[in-house]
Design a protein. Structure first.
Lengths: 362, 127
């Protein structure tokens, strides 16, 4: 038996097919993964993502500490109530994990870690605390819900909760706000507008039921995976890990090399990599033929060089198969992917495959 | 629990077979489609292909996984369900009907490995 989120019994009662994900029994879908995908693109869905780990970084040294252990620069967040995506790197400049950090106040930052890497992340983070005046507080008392899709604001407004209504109409993308027992961030992993809600465990079942009653349809991790792939978001452990640098993972935009005087773990390795020339890139593939792209398929290029898919699936919004692939640097437009010993033609594109908030920006 | 069509034969790898004279129609079971989830692609055998019991005959792919379909019988492929090229979800909706995969003209005896509905059901209960 795997670990369970507080909502486990609720998912089972709602008919979820449960699967193991990072040691947790999590909902894969509640009937149809594809319908749940469309629900989020066209209307609004709700996900239980409480397997992810919330860590509060508290203390006067929090800012300096995070500027040292994160590759992105938290000083890009000019105001409290902001959020930033970052990689955490090792000395070799490869990726320990990717995360979101929230700036709550000058002595309080909140980090959300991937479930599968949280244990090693925390060990790594503890190792580097000693010179800084701060404490790391793992918040297993909190649950996380994601409400995503074009109807999210309308459905949340209809709840008639003054704090929720005020917050969702005030905060922009990558901003956050909190009250005593509800933290709201305008972030997500679907490519749609929406919010992530962090609440005490004791409140989460009631909130989930309230949100479902308001019209959010429960969606599983299956739809979450196809939504994030279409949106061009990497999945840690598949698209990048401790064997890959962010520079060959389509994540160079998250590496803050300026200001030059800021030192962070992995910086010297990344500078050396840039100086020698980055040799690989993570690109998007759209399969021209029929068939389904999956991870770890061979990618053949016209010049004889090769690469490999890292994530692949059927893309319900496009009705085609898409993938990420790590291939040599170069201006490639086409490739062939080997699916069950047969070569299939694919187009090379720059993700996202589906633009952000696509239904409102057709 | 869904009751299995009693007139069909089954395999331990979750194919079903409908025998009519010297023709076998083959598909995947309700149990198999439910494990796979939403099907999005089907790779069917070519017509006239000769199949022996246990040969890779087709591939069905759901959003999350690809699964091989093995031939439950010996024979030659005489028809494939081309409706599945545009509507693989027929397998989810009607696994024993409109979601059939291919037909084989039988050669020789039926293999002893084919299960009755009762035996297949007993096998599922043990899983």
């Amino acid at each position: 038996m795997g670990k369970r989120t507080v909502l486990y019994d609720t998912h089972v009662a709602m008919g979820a097919k449960m699967v193991d994900f990072a040691g947790f029994d999590m909902p894969l879908h509640y009937g149809s993964q594809i319908e749940e995908h469309h629900q989020v693109r066209r209307h609004a869905g709700i996900f239980d993502v409480s397997h992810m780990v919330v860590v509060d970084v508290l203390g006067a040294g929090a800012r300096d500490y995070l500027r040292y252990i994160l590759a992105n620069d938290i000083d890009k967040m000019a105001h409290r109530g902001s959020a930033l995506y970052s990689c955490m790197l090792n000395e070799q400049g490869t990726v320990i994990d990717d995360l979101i950090v929230y700036f709550i106040d000058s002595q309080h930052y909140r980090i959300v870690l991937n479930a599968g890497s949280a244990q090693k992340d925390l060990q790594w983070m503890e190792q580097h605390v000693k010179h800084y005046a701060l404490g790391l507080h793992r918040r297993d008392d909190l649950s996380i819900l994601a409400v995503q899709g074009p109807e999210t604001i309308a459905l949340l407004t209809a709840l008639n909760d003054p704090f929720i209504t005020d917050t969702i109409h005030t905060i922009a993308r990558f901003q956050c706000a909190d009250s005593d027992d509800l933290f709201i961030a305008r972030t997500g992993y679907t490519g749609e507008d929406g919010f992530e809600l962090i609440v005490p465990n004791k409140r989460v079942v009631a909130l989930w039921e309230q949100l479902c009653a308001a019209g959010f349809k429960p969606c599983g991790l299956g739809a979450r995976d196809t939504l994030r792939l279409e949106a061009g978001y990497n999945l840690y452990g598949q698209d990048m890990d401790e064997s890959t640098s962010p520079l060959c993972s389509n994540l160079a935009w998250t590496i803050a090399l300026q200001p030059a005087e800021r030192l962070f773990i992995g910086k010297s390795a990344l500078l050396a990599e840039k100086e020698h020339g980055v040799t690989q890139q993570l690109v998007g593939l759209v399969l021209a033929d029929k068939g389904i792209l999956r991870s770890h398929q061979r990618v053949l290029l016209a010049d004889g060089l090769e690469g490999e898919t890292t994530s692949g699936s059927f893309a319900p919004t496009l009705g085609q198969s898409i993938a990420f692939a790590r291939i040599p640097k170069g201006d490639y437009k086409e490739c062939e992917v080997i699916i069950r010993d047969k070569a299939h033609k694919a187009h090379i594109v720059k993700p996202p495959f589906v633009p952000f908030n696509s239904s409102k920006n057709p | 629990m869904n009751t299995l069509p009693q007139e069909l034969r089954y395999t331990t790898t979750h194919e079903w077979v409908r025998i009519e004279n010297d023709t076998a129609t083959i598909g995947i079971t309700e149990h198999a489609q439910s494990l796979l989830g939403d099907l999005v692609f089907v790779d069917l055998p070519t017509l006239k292909k000769g199949l022996a019991v246990g040969d890779d005959a087709a591939v069905v792919e759901s959003v999350k996984a690809a699964a091989d379909v093995y031939s439950p019988v010996d024979g030659e492929v005489i028809a494939v369900n081309t409706d599945l090229n545009d509507k693989p979800e027929l397998i989810n909706q009607e696994p024993y009907g409109a979601g059939w995969l291919f037909k084989v003209k039988l050669v020789g005896e039926l293999p002893l490995s084919l299960l009755s509905a009762a035996d297949y059901e007993a096998m599922l209960d043990e899983e």
